[in-house]
Design a protein around this ligand. Structure first.
Ligand code: SF4
Length: 451
């Protein structure tokens, strides 16, 4: 029988001699005597408490370095701000130039979590000028920002077939943890090494970790709406005991179907083999669920999955008991939601505004940017996701990432004889400067065509 450390922790925290794994028929109710030593051991071994212990270390920094803050602010203004985007904002988010009319989404671009993460990383480089600085992954999913870090001699930890190669991290080196966090195992490793850790994890991501901590405490299996290989979800699942990741409604429905009707366990586990915790048993671990998500998923889908799971539990356990078997917290971050809402607004007004297309600017690996593309695509509005201004070519083609993840090149402006009307938005990890460069390429293309 598998005992969740969090269930044991619960007993330790209650100071009692009995621990009960609540509400979980699958995991048989547990009653055990616990000595004070065992309770202390359980406290120490809970992943949440170990994480908090790592963060208390003198070599763990979460608040940056004040003495270099002003310098870093100047550098960031220089690299990321855009006079063109500022003009657009001042002009009620509309601009006409060189035969192109631009409607900017009312919310777009850098979120505070990303700005904070970049500031902390840049401050770390300046604060430790003589140290070797590593980063465990891309800081954020934006090519320009990662290029800048390369230029600052930050070493990106290499990913090999066997995982990340941390052998290059030596004593006294500095390790930056990116905006979407680091896994429990990575934090543990750095805690054991003599290194300085600069943690730029967005507080919204930490909020998700707190949510899965609550699931563990309550003996729930975490259902995580997210992509199991995405760095943020990898970190989130590392803090869970029992979990299953579902990337979309289709996968959530497969889980619901198994809850209500059972099914072929081998087949189910084969399908979700990379998306479940070790030793996952769908026959015993799907009776008590808590929903959490990757912060950048498509909000409407998360909500729909939540409603569907709640309905499933009502069907299985009856309306009175369903609440005991299902727990949900909204962990979609505000920035993601606001950017999605703003694209919805553009899409709803596409006919009225006469939009020829909507341009979405942001890293091709950026999950929140990819979701911004889905909104116009699903509404049948012509739209393109580009990661750099260079995607727009002088031969009037555009290279872009489709919803299925393919990178394709196709003709761009369909009628050069008329004015172009376009919408534009950008992901939460995209600097305004990237939007400016992309718009400038379109202005230039249109101008040259009419000369
Ligand atoms: S998109 Fe949300 S979760 Fe991600 S860095 Fe920005 S504020 Fe944080």
């Amino acid at each position: 029988m598998k005992f969740s450390t969090s269930a044991i922790l619960l007993a330790a925290m209650a100071g009692s001699v009995s621990a009960f794994a609540p509400m979980n028929a699958g995991r048989t109710t547990v009653s055990l005597a616990m000595s004070t030593e065992a309770a202390e051991e359980a406290r120490k071994t809970s992943k949440k408490n170990q994480r908090l212990d790592f963060m208390k270390s003198d070599q763990f920094y979460r608040n940056g370095f004040k003495e270099v803050r002003t310098d870093v602010e100047d550098v960031m203004n220089d690299q990321f701000k855009s006079s063109l985007v500022d003009d657009l904002k001042k002009n009620e988010f509309v601009m006409e130039r060189d035969g192109v009319k631009v409607h900017l989404a009312s919310d777009f671009g850098f979120c505070w979590g990303v700005e904070r993460s970049i500031a902390l990383a840049y401050e770390a480089v300046k604060h430790f000028p003589d140290r070797k600085v590593h980063i465990t992954n891309e800081l954020i999913h934006n090519p320009e920002v990662n290029d800048n870090l390369h230029e600052m001699n930050v070493n990106f930890i290499e990913k090999t077939e066997d995982g990340k190669d941390f052998s290059v991290v030596g004593d006294k080196d500095v390790v930056i943890l990116p905006a979407f966090g680091a896994s429990f195992e990575e934090m543990k490793l750095f805690n054991e090494k003599d290194v300085e850790v600069v943690d730029t994890t967005c507080p919204w991501v930490s909020k998700v970790w707190n949510t899965v901590d609550k699931h563990q405490k309550s003996g729930l299996t975490s259902v995580i709406h997210g992509k199991y290989a995405h760095e943020e979800t990898v970190a989130t699942t590392s803090f869970c005991e029992d979990y299953i990741c579902v990337k979309d409604m289709k996968e959530a429905e497969m889980v619901a179907d198994y809850i209500l009707n059972g099914g072929d366990k081998e087949e189910f586990l084969a399908y979700f083999k990379n998306a479940v915790s070790e030793g996952f048993d769908p026959d015993t671990m799907l009776d008590n669920l808590g929903l959490a998500n990757q912060t950048t998923m498509y909000k409407k889908e998360t909500r729909a999955i939540g409603q569907m799971l709640q309905k499933t539990m009502m069907e299985k356990f009856g309306p009175v008991d369903a609440d005991k078997h299902y727990m949900e917290f909204d962990t979609i971050c505000d920035a993601t939601q606001e950017r999605q809402d703003a694209v919805h607004e553009l899409v709803e007004n596409a006919d009225k505004l006469g939009l020829d297309f909507i341009l979405v600017v942001g890293g091709w690996d950026s999950s929140n940017t990819a979701h911004l593309l889905e909104i116009p695509q699903n509404a049948g509005v012509r739209s393109f996701h580009i990661n750099r201004a260079e995607c727009i070519s002088a031969d009037n083609t555009i290279t872009h990432r489709t919803m299925s993840g393919e990178i394709v090149t196709e003709p761009f402006i369909l009628d050069m004889n008329k004015d172009v009307v376009m919408g534009v938005t950008s992901g939460a990890s995209t600097p305004d400067a990237a939007v400016q460069d992309s718009l400038s390429s379109i202005f230039m293309l249109k101008k040259l065509s009419s000369e």
